[in-house]
Write a protein that binds this ligand. Sequence first.
Ligand SMILES: [Zn+2]
Length: 169
Amino acid sequence: MTLIPIIKIGHPSLRQTANPVEKFDQELTTLVDNMIETMRINEGIGLAAPQVNIMLRFFVIDKKLINEEWEAQAYINPEIIDARGLDSYEEGCLSIPGIRAEVDRPFMIWVKYQTIEGKTIEEELEGLLARVFQHEYDHLDGILFIDRIPFIRKKMLESQIKEIEGAFS
Ligand SMILES: [Zn+2]
């Protein structure tokens, strides 16, 4: 396993749109394994490819942290087809260390994605798994959770965010 450096806010890649995964090869499998290891070492529950400066549309989620019987999983070329309900929950991000804030998101989502073997899956997700999926999905379009918090709250966090940007740029 190889740990991969996680880029932080201020890095331009975090604001770019990622490209679809086309090759389901050994390189992708190795990358997914390394991202899962990197996520766990950094105590994250999810990690999107753009966060390790790889501009491809996939992310990993450590589902084991949600349910002991589940395993960490890669979601490749994901889509959110439908969303229902509303839920507020405090989020953080490995690319914005030290910042946490309540974010409103749908509670239940209907998603479509490909597995590491290239198999297409459609399923309904809810609760924390739906939340993490949406957070990671945003990364594929260059969106960060701080873009989804109320303006006043973002204003309050502005100097802290600037400090992180300064430290890592
Ligand atoms: Zn994040």
